[in-house]
Design a protein around this ligand. Structure first.
Ligand code: ADE
Length: 247
């Protein structure tokens, strides 16, 4: 997959793209990230990419021309079907399902918004979708673009050592993850649950499933409501319910 990022702070991406999983994804050839300085498409000698808002008010607005020229140049190579995604708090909430959908694409173009926002006509002319990483305001779309790149890259074939782990983790199943333990068995008076030491795979699987259901019920009950529960999930939830009533 290829991801093109349009930003006024290209330096923001250098270190995160080199490290860890994202560095490896590029080394193994699963991912190519091209970071582009928006000012290269500015049309004046001072390379200005923002201007005052019509109608007055605080803050600056990103001009339509440099952004649109940048996207049009990139689309010439990428082809007209390439998603052009604006990172903005006004966008659709980014989630695991969206990451999985984007991971199917051959190429993405990400636009990092700044200042008070981008001229509305950029949305109307070149943006195909808008994504938000959460209900809070960042100074710019760069951290949000990194979040999208990271969540998508790890889903690409050949990037994770053990692809089976993708199927067990939070959100792949629609549930939060069960608790994890490693050595030592007892640490500061706290012990690893007996069942995990038993070697009994079916019991361990059931315990983990129940813990995942319990956590999700406690912390994110709205996620449970979106799931089609299996027979076993219903049984385990009834057990959890009974245990909570006893406590
Ligand atoms: N730009 C500023 N805040 C943002 C957010 N929460 N998500 C995506 N882009 C943003």
């Amino acid at each position: 997959m290829r991801i093109d990022v349009i930003t006024i702070f290209p330096g923001f991406f250098s270190s995160p793209l080199e490290c860890s999983m994202l560095g490896r994804a590029q080394q193994v050839g699963a991912l190519t990230v091209q970071v582009h300085d928006l000012r290269n498409w500015a049309t004046d000698k001072h390379r200005v990419v923002d201007d005052y808002p019509y109608g007055g008010g605080a803050g600056m607005v990103m001009k339509p021309e440099p952004l649109t020229l940048a996207v049009e140049d990139l689309l010439r190579e990428a082809g007209p079907d390439c998603p052009v995604i604006l990172l903005t708090p006004q966008g659709q909430q980014f989630d695991q399902a969206k990451a999985e959908q984007l991971a199917q694409q051959a190429q993405l173009i990400l636009i990092c918004g700044h200042y008070e926002g981008v001229d509305e006509r950029v949305r109307q002319s070149v943006v195909t979708e808008e994504l938000s990483i959460g209900d809070y305001i960042l100074t710019g779309g760069e951290p949000a673009a990194l979040v999208v790149i990271e969540a998508v890259a790890r889903l690409l074939p050949g990037v994770l050592g053990n692809p089976a782990s993708l199927h067990n983790e939070s959100f792949a199943s629609g549930l939060l993850e069960y608790p994890h333990y490693t050595r030592p068995v007892t640490w500061r008076g706290m012990s690893v649950p007996e069942v995990l030491l038993s070697g009994h795979h079916e019991k361990i699987r059931r315990w983990r499933y129940k813990q995942a259901l319990r956590r999700t019920r406690e912390r994110r009950p709205e996620l449970l409501e979106q799931l089609e529960l299996t027979e076993q999930a219903r049984e385990l939830l009834a057990e959890i319910e009974a245990e909570c009533n006893r406590e």
